[in-house]
Design a binder for this molecule. Structure first.
Ligand code: DGL
Length: 270
């Protein structure tokens, strides 16, 4: 069991978009040693089958367990919806597993009963119907409206945000009748914190925008402090691995992590 406070936190995603979650974690837990794994060889997960994402998730989890991670954070929404239950069982007592969906469900349960809540994410996340399933398991009285917005992640990856093109695409999606009159909108994709401001502007303050990366980071903080697993070591080091290294991935890290990150190649798909 990797439950030593000095052990690292493992974070994984389909690529480098999950660096938004890593950044939120670094902000709230500055003393933790982070190990990030981006499966750039299989990006995007949003169009993959559940079975494929499960197979990738297990293989990445093995790497993070070898590196003695005390917690594994599934930063990717598509992987959270496809693999969380499987990974929880697979990892057992070796580490704690956190996804990016359950922390948001807690927020909905506390603050958004009897409201209409929209969710935007990849096709995989929307098709999984995971939010509706969790909602009914918790008996929450919320009118959920899900919409797949598959153009947004590649748009952001190509650096199209805070400009006219991104505003037009965002407007096109958010004006879909499916999202009419939502009281809150969940950003259910790693990339969307980068367009949060534009989405807020679209709604002009009438709709609350809920950022899953912040909710997951807070949930991780609560878990570590409740289990006495907070690292008090003052100088953490971070490592960032990708399954397929390219210079353009490395160049794009600054966009998602707010600072440039050195990516190490870690091929696991032979
Ligand atoms: N990381 C994915 C997610 O949050 C978005 C990118 C992809 O489709 O791989 O669902």
């Amino acid at each position: 069991m990797n439950n030593h406070s000095e052990n690292p936190i493992g974070i994984f995603d389909s690529g480098i978009g999950g660096l938004t979650v890593a950044h939120a974690i670094k902000d709230i837990l500055p003393h933790e040693h982070l190990i990030y794994f981006g499966d750039t060889a299989h990006l995007p997960y949003g169009d993959k089958s559940e079975a494929a994402i499960q197979a990738y998730s297990v293989k990445i989890t093995n790497v993070l367990l070898q590196k003695k991670c005390k917690v594994i954070v599934i930063a990717c929404h598509s992987a959270s919806s496809a693999s969380y239950e499987l990974l929880k069982e697979y990892v057992g007592k070796e580490a704690h597993v956190i996804n990016v969906i359950d922390p948001m469900m807690e927020i909905l349960a506390r603050n958004f009963q009897q409201t209409t809540v929209g969710i935007i994410g990849t096709k995989r996340t929307v098709q999984s119907n995971i939010y509706a399933k969790k909602l009914s398991a918790k008996n929450l009285d919320i009118d959920l409206r899900m919409l797949a917005t598959p153009l947004l992640a590649p748009m952001i990856e190509e650096g199209f945000f805070n400009n006219q093109i991104s505003r037009e695409i965002i407007t096109q999606y958010l004006s879909d009748p499916q999202l009419g009159n939502v009281d809150a909108l969940i950003l259910a994709c790693t990339h969307y914190p980068l367009i949060k401001k534009e989405i807020e502007e679209y709604y002009g303050g009438k709709t609350k925008i809920l950022d899953s990366s912040l909710a997951a980071a807070q949930s991780l903080y609560d878990y570590l402090s409740s289990q006495n697993l907070l690292n008090v070591h003052p100088h953490p080091s971070h490592q960032f691995f990708v399954s397929d290294y390219t210079e353009s991935f490395e160049a794009a890290t600054r966009m998602f992590f707010d600072e440039a990150v050195h990516l190490e190649s870690y091929p696991i798909w032979n």
